[in-house]
Design a protein around this ligand. Structure first.
Ligand SMILES: Cc1cc2nc3c(=O)[nH]c(=O)nc-3n(C[C@H](O)[C@H](O)[C@H](O)COP(=O)(O)O)c2cc1C
Ligand SMILES: [Mn+2]
Length: 521
């Protein structure tokens, strides 16, 4: 069933009536972004409304024959299609099944486990000798200019590759990571590499630096942190500079499970290729790169091979971001191209981010649904969560819990702040299980009724998302939790708590029966 590649996925979108082919000439500079923004916000821009279709632009100014795919994940229906489910809960259920495994009690139990073990065998990636991404191999005369890379917003620093699967290898374990980190085009052979400092590839990079300068001791960790941010001038007492380079490969235009796996906030040591295999229930086929020691999806439309130098940083940004604001300039490593391989007539796959709701909002919602069972594994009292798209995922999380002991709402906040990328959550609202967190009206009514702000707000300090423009320092600042659960006497609350207004069933039934006669319809 799994989609073989991007083209198979595009055909499926077309069959499902989810694709619009655009044959009118359009400019990759700003124009495609403006069209896509309008399409993704159709239906009045409400987050709950379905976004417009996926778009395949087939007539790109200055790029004869090129095609651009955008908004492929831009609706709830397409996100389901991408993961081949009716509802995202099916993915969550599959995860739950695997987590629910009990130790087998006897032979029969073991036999029952066989199908599950066989299924697990399908998750692991397979290296094959060659694949479509090798149809054209270019080591000389390399240029990114041949691809219709977009400029998204007027004040962007330039053109950005916005949907790249960036592959790096952990120098300690040899495991591969696939992360989606945007790449600003500096010239035809160099780009920025915007892995934020808490992301996995950034840690691979620092690890390479640490071994380069022998900075394994904690005293030197801060120095590595500074060096990873500022070129120019050594901060190590003995004037050392890191030297060497790190291999990087970039796959653009992969099947939807691989693309989605690159944004999933998985534990650092879990290879995204395995996650993609789990999602598509078929192994990901990989091929070796030509010039770097990495493997890339065999069916990718475009593969960029290259490296980042350990002693080179360059200003990246500004870039119109999914916060609805431009993310500020900052220093990031620089990607140098050494080889391009691609399919014949490659389809360039991309996205734009900006004021929500947009394509990335639907990807984020999928992450929310799929990760709920995993969150419940460590924070079992959680009933449901909602990350409203306007909260841009790291600004607001609303959590309902089954409260059974005093102070539990604050325990949940701290647990969320310690859970992978949920550490970035600027504001966490905790409510009792009877609040439907998906209903913002109900949340507003109950949360604001139930809090005594000075008593119920918890501040803390910690890592902040790199995109936050308000924190006191880049990447470091405060966060807030609101305990909007009903307060108990064991929490020092001794006033009576009023009942919620609800009509009794008898009266409701009575009015139901009379409703037609009353003539309101
Ligand atoms: C469209 C899109 C663009 C993204 N761009 C970046 C980026 O430029 N830098 C970054 O650090 N994270 C970016 N992210 C988020 C990461 O992909 C996400 O945090 C992912 O889990 C990182 O993978 P890792 O945990 O393997 O580092 C982006 C996500 C999406 C959906
Ligand atoms: Mn990862």
């Amino acid at each position: 069933m799994a989609y073989d590649d991007l083209r198979d996925w595009i055909a499926a979108l077309d069959r499902a009536g989810e694709l619009k082919k655009v044959t009118t000439e359009v400019d990759p500079i700003l124009e495609i972004a403006e069209i896509t923004d309008r399409v993704s916000k159709n239906n009045g821009g409400r987050a709950s409304a379905p976004g417009g279709p996926a778009l395949l632009f087939q007539n790109i100014k200055n790029h004869p024959g090129a095609q651009v795919l955008i908004n492929q994940f831009g609706s709830a229906r397409r996100m389901n299609l991408a993961l081949e489910v009716e509802k995202l809960d099916e993915v969550a259920d599959r995860i739950r099944q695997f987590m629910d495994v009990k130790s087998p009690q006897g032979f029969l139990d073991k036999v029952k486990m066989l199908p599950m073990l066989a299924e697990m065998g399908k998750f692991f990636p397979k290296t094959v000798s060659t694949g479509p991404c090798k149809e054209v191999i270019r080591r000389d005369d390399l240029s990114l200019d041949e691809f219709p890379i977009l400029q998204c917003w007027p004040k962007d620093a330039g053109r950005f590759i916005t949907l790249p699967c960036v592959i790096t290898r952990d120098p300690r374990t040899g495991k591969r990571n696939v992360g989606m980190y945007r790449m600003q085009v500096y010239d035809s052979q160099t780009t920025g590499m915007h892995w934020q400092r808490q992301k996995v590839a950034a840690e691979h990079y620092r690890e390479r630096m640490r071994s380069s300068v022998g900075a394994r001791v904690p005293a030197r960790a801060a120095a590595v942190d500074i060096m990873a941010r500022s070129s120019g001038g050594s901060v190590l007492p003995d004037g050392e500079r890191p030297s060497g380079k790190m291999d990087v490969a970039v796959a653009i235009g992969t099947d939807p499970a691989i693309t989605f796996s690159a944004i999933v906030p998985a534990p650092p040591d879990v290879e995204e290729y395995l996650i993609a295999g789990f999602l598509r229930q078929k192994p990901v086929e990989l091929v070796k790169c030509e010039t770097v020691d990495l493997e890339v999806p065999a069916s990718a439309e475009i593969v960029l091979e290259g490296h980042v130098n350990l002693d080179e940083l360059r200003t990246e940004g500004p870039f119109g971001d999914h916060t609805g604001f431009y993310s500020l300039e900052d220093l990031y490593p620089v990607f140098h191209l050494s080889c391009i391989t691609h399919r014949k007539n490659p389809i360039y796959s991309t996205t734009i981010v900006g004021k929500p709701p947009m394509e990335d909002g639907w990807m984020g919602k999928a992450v929310e649904r799929i990760f709920l069972p995993l969150m419940k594994l460590t924070i079992p009292e959680i009933v449901d969560i909602n990350l409203p798209v306007e909260g841009i995922f790291h600004n607001l999380m609303i959590v309902s819990i089954k409260k059974s002991y005093p102070g539990q709402a604050r325990k949940v906040m701290n647990a969320v702040w310690s859970l992978g990328q949920a550490m970035f959550t600027k504001c966490i609202i905790v409510v009792d299980e009877d609040v439907n967190v998906q209903d913002i009206g109900e949340v507003t009514l109950k949360v604001l009724n139930h809090i005594d702000p000075e008593r119920d707000i918890q501040f803390t300090l910690g890592p902040i998302d790199s995109l936050d423009h308000a924190s006191r320092l880049p990447n470091y600042g405060s966060k807030m939790g609101i305990d909007a659960t009903r307060k108990w006497s064991s929490e020092g609350f001794n006033r009576p708590w009023p009942d919620e207004i609800l009509m009794d069933e008898k009266t409701k039934e009575l009015v139901d029966k009379k409703w037609k006669d009353l003539g309101f319809e």
